[in-house]
Design a protein around this ligand. Structure first.
Ligand SMILES: C[S@@+](CC[C@H](N)C(=O)[O-])C[C@H]1O[C@@H](n2cnc3c(N)ncnc32)[C@H](O)[C@@H]1O
Length: 199
């Protein structure tokens, strides 16, 4: 039986970017849990992101402190947009200013209310994360342009996980320091940019 491990935390803490990451995650009740959840999204989407090249990351249900978008901004070259109606704009703006974080923005909004704007943006390869997001991923993915997606489910897996797409990968991520570690990686069958056989 696999056991939880600390490799994600070890990898994060060995990097200089940890210093910038820490202030946002330190606000969480369980910072290590939150960090490993967000890092799981990056680990699982990285093979697709390498194929996609310069891409946009849309981080749905990202919480008050936009942590998955923040982690992607620091640890990848994607352009990141965090979408959550409870984003604490004062906290994320101060953090962005203090650490001069680029490729990081947010919409303090339900994803449903941000979709028209997201779809009107210049087309760009897109990855979507749902890290313990309290949204129906199929509803969102049927309405926006996307190439790859990552879902980490928590309290309502039947609506958080897809019923529409066949996952490219799924299982439990033992690097996630939470009992809610079941994930799916999705590749959009309509993507022009990704061939699942090459990921
Ligand atoms: C359990 S929290 C997860 C927060 C963060 N991803 C984390 O792992 O700490 C669920 C989040 O989903 C957000 N949420 C609920 N409905 C949403 C919607 N329609 N659009 C975007 N976010 C939503 C909530 O505001 C909340 O921040």
């Amino acid at each position: 039986m696999p056991e939880p491990h600390s490799q994600y935390m070890d990898r994060l803490m060995r990097r200089e970017s940890f210093a910038a990451l820490w202030p946002l995650f330190a606000k969480a009740t369980q910072p290590a849990k939150e960090m490993t959840e967000s890092f799981s999204a990056l680990v699982h989407l990285r093979p697709s992101m390498k194929r996609l090249g310069s891409c946009r990351g849309i981080h749905v249900g990202d919480g008050a402190h936009a942590r998955t978008a923040a982690l992607f901004a620091l640890k990848s070259d994607s352009l990141n947009i965090s979408v959550d109606p409870i984003i604490n704009e004062g906290v994320v703006r101060s953090w962005q200013d203090e650490y001069q974080i680029e490729r990081f923005s947010w919409r303090r909004s339900r994803i449903q209310d941000a979709m028209a704007e997201l779809n009107a943006m210049a087309p760009k390869p897109t990855v979507v994360t749902f890290v313990h997001a309290h949204v129906n991923s199929d509803d969102v993915l049927s309405e926006i342009r996307w190439d790859a997606a990552f879902i980490l489910a928590c309290c309502s897996p039947s609506s958080q996980f897809t019923h529409r797409y066949t996952p490219h990968a799924h299982g439990k991520d033992w690097g996630v320091l939470s009992v809610e570690r079941r994930f799916q990686v999705l590749i959009n069958p309509d993507s022009d940019s990704l061939d699942p056989s090459q990921i």
